[in-house]
Design a protein around this ligand. Sequence first.
Ligand code: SF4
Length: 216
Amino acid sequence: MLAPPTLRITEIFLSLQGETSRTGLATVFVRLAGCPLRCRWCDTTYSFQGGETVSLDEVLARVAGFGVSVVCVTGGEPLAQKNCLPLLARLCDAGYSVSLETSGALDVSAVDPRVSRIVDVKPPESGEVARNRWENLAHLGAHDEIKFVLADRADYEWAREVLRERALERVCPVLFSPVQGELAPAQLAEWILADRLPVRMQVQLHKLLWGSAPGR
Ligand code: SF4
């Protein structure tokens, strides 16, 4: 008999969504372990190693235990585990409103179309600009979102060029976030306003509320 499919899980927890158009919604987070990238400012390095091996059935059961209809699958880089795709499909089948947070370095085309894909575009200061999988952008639609996390003015100008060249705001909502502790949110806000950029600026609600502790 085949062993049941499993995932390596860092944590499953209930919190308020801190980013994207779902900000403020009570959300169950399923954080998958492991990531092939090493963004300089990564705030989830604790997910790189280890993790608990959990069957998909058990993940679904733990999610159901929270009694919340919104689920976010995140990491690490969740798509680095092949069983992430069936997990996403099963969460959708179970009736959850599902989003996926991904680095933008791996193929998103096989993700269940019911999932809202939150796809990073990595600017130069992340140290991972070469990992951007530009082909992903052609697969995105109106219920997905593109996210830039910006460390300084050079990152901002780079993101502004990418936005304009590719008219990303016509694809889906575009999010600009400052790297916490490196770029002042008010400074980023001034730049966006000065350039009249068609993006949504965001700060991470969960960090305002609870700081950087895991499980929040
Ligand atoms: S892709 Fe995400 S989890 Fe991976 S190193 Fe970058 S910020 Fe961290």
